[in-house]
Design a binder for this molecule. Structure first.
Ligand code: UD2
Ligand code: MN
Length: 484
C-alpha cells in the first residue's frame, strides 16, 4: 500500500502555499489584460428592415432623384412645410437603404460586448411626417436591439394634426417608441430636458427629427462612453465634408467647421477612423452618459427655443473635465435647412442673442468682452435686454470646480485667435469693447464735450467707447469728442 512520504507532502503543501500569490497574480493579470481583448466583437453593421424594400422606389441607396419640371409648382407649394423638398421626401420610402459611407476599416473595428444601453431622444416641433418617420426607422433598423433601450419622441407642442393621433397610432407598432407631449412650446433645450428626465437608458443620445442613421452608427459612440464616461461623442454629420469636420466657433460665438490643423494630425499620427477632439459640438447629434449629463447640470434651462445651447454644453463639458469628440465611424445624415420652418414665440434674432449672452456671462470670464465687442454691445443694456437670472448657473460652475475659459482656449482650442486686447499701449489697452482701459479704470469722455476723466469702467455707457474714424486717425469718442 502506498503512503505519501510526509516530507514530500509538507514540501508540496509549502510550495502550493508560497506559489498561491503567484497564481493569483497570473489569474488577475489575465482577467485584467485579456478580458478587454476577449470580450469584444466587430461593430455590428445591422441593417434590418421592417417591410420588404421596394428596389424600384426613388431615393434607394441615397440615389439622387430628378423631378420633372412639371412638378415644380407642387415642390414649391410644399417647400415651406419644412424648408426643404417635402414633396420629394414624401416619395422616398421611410425605411430606404442608404450607402455605407464609413471609412473602409470601420467595419473591422472592435467594440465591447457589454456596452451601456441608450435612450434616443428626438424632440420636434411641426416636423414633416416622412422625415420624422424616416428618422425613427433609421434608428430602429440600424441599432443593435439590445443597446436601444427606447426611443423618446418629445413633441414640443406641435400644431399639425398628423402629429397627434396619427403619430400615436403609427408608433404603437413599435413597443420601444414612447411619445411625450409638452403642453406649451418649450423650445428644443427644455424639450430635450423633458426627454432626459424620463429616459431609462444608461446613455442619452440626442438626435434632430430629420436625420438618417447609417449602419454601425451606434456602437462606436457607446464604446467611447464605455471607455470613459466623461467622453461626449458626436457622429459625423453627413453633408459636412470629412475634411472640414471639426466643430469650432468664431466671435461672437458663431458655430462653424474647420479642418483639424495639419500639425495636430502629424503629431498624433491620426488615422481617418480616429476620434477627433472638437472644441464645440454642432448641437444636434451626440451621446452622453446620463448620470454625467445630470452631474453637469444638464442644459441651462433658461435658454429659450433654439440656439446657443451647443456652445453652453460644449464649454461646460470641456471646462468641467469632459471631452467632445467626433467619431468618424459613426455617421448620421441630417437635412440642413436655410430657415427654421417653425415660428419663434418671440423674435428669432433676440432669442438667440439672449441665449448667447447667458452663455457668455457664465462661461467666458474676461473673454466675454470679445463676444460683446463683436457687434453685441446693445446686449449690455440690461434694461432693454433681460437675460434672466444666472445665479444657479454661476453657482453650478463653482460647484463643479470648472476650469477658466483661458484654460479652455489654451488647451482645447489653441488655434483660436483670441486677442483680449486689440492694441496695447504703454499703459493703456484699447479693448474689444472699444474702451481705453488701465486695469479697472477707463477713459470716459465728458458729456460737456471737452476733456475726459479716468473712472471705473462701465461697458454699458457710450462715453467709454472710442473709435478710429479712419485707419490712421486719432481715437474719437462715441460722444464725438476728439482725443488728443
Ligand atoms: C443646429 C442643431 C440643433 C441645435 C441648433 C442650435 C445639428 C444637426 N442641429 O440647428 O440640434 O443644436 O443648431 O440650437 O447639429 N425643435 C423643437 N422645438 C423648438 C425648436 C426646434 O423641438 O422650439 C426641434 C426641431 O424640430 C429639431 C431640433 O429641435 O428636431 C433642432 O432644430 P433644427 O433642426 O431647427 O436646428 P438646426 O439643425 O438648424
Ligand atoms: Mn436640424
Amino acid at each position: 500500500q502506498y503512503t505519501m512520504p510526509t516530507c514530500n507532502f509538507i514540501y508540496f503543501f509549502l510550495l502550493k502555499f508560497f506559489l498561491l500569490p503567484f497564481y493569483l497574480i497570473v489569474y488577475f493579470s489575465l482577467v485584467i489584460f485579456l478580458k478587454p481583448l476577449l470580450c469584444v466583437h466587430k461593430v455590428l453593421s445591422l441593417d434590418a428592415t421592417h417591410a420588404p424594400r421596394d428596389p424600384n422606389a426613388v431615393g434607394q441607396f441615397g440615389q439622387p432623384v430628378i423631378l420633372p419640371g412639371s412638378k415644380n409648382a407642387e415642390v414649391m407649394k410644399r417647400w415651406n412645410e419644412g424648408h426643404f423638398n417635402v414633396y420629394l421626401s414624401d416619395q422616398i420610402p421611410v425605411d430606404r437603404a442608404v450607402p455605407d459611407t464609413r471609412p473602409e476599416t470601420c467595419a473591422q473595428n472592435l467594440v465591447h460586448n457589454d456596452l451601456p444601453t441608450t435612450t434616443v431622444i428626438f424632440c420636434f416641433v411641426d416636423e414633416v411626417w416622412s422625415t420624422l418617420l424616416r428618422s425613427v426607422h433609421s434608428v430602429l433598423n440600424r441599432s443593435p436591439p439590445h443597446l436601444l433601450k427606447e426611443i423618446i419622441l418629445v413633441d414640443d407642442a406641435s400644431t399639425k394634426d398628423y402629429l397627434k393621433e396619427q403619430l400615436d397610432e403609427y408608433m404603437s407598432q413599435f413597443p420601444r417608441v414612447r411619445i411625450i407631449r409638452l403642453k406649451e412650446r418649450q423650445g428644443l433645450i427644455r424639450a430635450r430636458l423633458a426627454g432626459a428626465a424620463v429616459a431609462k437608458g444608461e446613455v442619452l443620445t440626442f438626435l434632430d427629427s430629420h436625420i438618417e442613421c447609417n449602419v454601425g452608427w451606434l456602437e462606436p459612440l457607446l464604446e467611447r462612453v464605455y471607455l470613459d464616461r466623461k467622453k461626449v461623442p458626436c457622429p459625423v454629420i453627413e453633408v459636412i465634408s470629412d475634411k472640414d469636420m471639426r466643430g469650432i466657433f468664431k466671435w461672437p460665438l458663431v458655430f462653424g467647421w474647420s479642418p483639424v490643423p495639419e500639425d495636430v494630425i502629424k503629431k498624433n499620427n491620426m488615422k481617418v477612423t480616429d476620434p477627433i477632439r472638437c472644441p464645440v459640438m454642432a448641437g444636434g447629434l451626440f451621446s452622453i452618459d446620463k448620470k454625467y449629463f445630470f452631474e453637469l447640470g444638464a442644459y441651462d434651462p433658461g435658454l429659450d427655443v433654439w440656439g446657443g445651447e451647443n456652445m453652453e454644453i460644449s464649454f461646460k463639458i470641456w471646462m468641467c473635465g469632459g471631452e467632445i469628440e467626433i467619431i468618424p465611424c459613426s455617421r448620421v445624415g441630417h437635412i440642413f435647412r436655410g430657415q427654421n420652418p417653425y415660428k419663434f414665440p418671440k423674435d428669432r434674432q433676440k432669442t438667440v442673442e439672449r441665449n448667447l449672452a447667458r452663455v457668455a456671462e457664465v462661461w467666458l470670464d474676461e473673454y466675454k468682452d470679445l463676444f460683446y465687442g463683436h457687434g453685441y454691445q446693445h446686449l449690455l443694456d440690461r434694461k432693454v435686454i433681460d437675460i434672466g437670472n444666472l445665479t444657479e448657473q454661476i453657482e453650478l460652475r463653482k460647484k463643479l470646480k470648472c476650469k477658466s475659459f483661458k484654460w479652455y482656449l489654451d488647451n482645447v482650442f489653441p488655434d483660436m485667435d483670441t486677442p483680449v486686447v486689440k492694441a496695447e499701449g504703454l499703459q493703456f489697452n484699447y479693448t474689444w469693447m472699444k474702451s481705453i482701459r488701465h486695469q479697472d479704470l477707463c477713459v470716459a469722455a465728458q458729456s460737456t464735450g471737452s476733456g475726459f476723466a479716468l473712472v471705473p469702467c462701465d461697458n454699458t455707457k457710450r462715453e467709454f467707447r472710442w473709435f478710429y474714424k479712419t485707419s490712421n486717425s486719432a481715437l474719437v469718442s462715441s460722444l464725438c469728442t476728439l482725443l488728443m
